[in-house]
Design a protein. Sequence first.
Length: 224
Amino acid sequence: MIPLKDDNPTRTFPFITIILIILNCVFFIFELGQGEHLVTFVKSFGCIPYEITTGTDTEPCIFFPVRFTIFTSMFLHGGWMHLIGNMLYLWIFGNNIEDRLGHFRFIIFYLFIGVIASLTQIMVNPFSTIPQIGASGAVSGILGAYILLFPKTKVLTLIPLFYIIRIISLPAFVVLGFWIVLQIINGFVSLSYTAQGGVAFFAHIGGFIAGLLFIKPFLIGRRR
């Protein structure tokens, strides 16, 4: 299932969501421009579990300590499809969460959930030397918040069935419920090859659960 748009208007302009999308795109273009230094760049700014758990910095950065890579890694991506997929979900679902939280709370929520997502993946494989990169964990938290706040909102969804492609409207809890079930299945399958890298499914799972748990506390004091 590929969501295309939701039927959920907002009262405010989602400029934080747009800024996050722009930042992710700008950082990705800068990342592509590293050429032969790309691997060093990703190791310097990506979140490497071994470095976080041991405090060892294999590719030292003069700008900040190694634990700050939990934040910088959120703005790096492993390819165009990785970037486009994350930004599509952020654009469709992020504007409504920003609308409910307010701009300032939204950016705090986004970064906070992103950190929890990264730490979840680190807990699963604490001594991995493979960099974790991508906005997926933070975006997963947005999805968790969305399914709790707007479960019945219609989402226009593209469904490829072999050679047939259908576009239908489905409730958000179906679209996002299917997504998280897929992450959980793939996450446990991935346990057998975590040393080889790949998608950080447990960051997705941790982010989604954190979004579910923390969206209501973040809404305290906000008018509906």
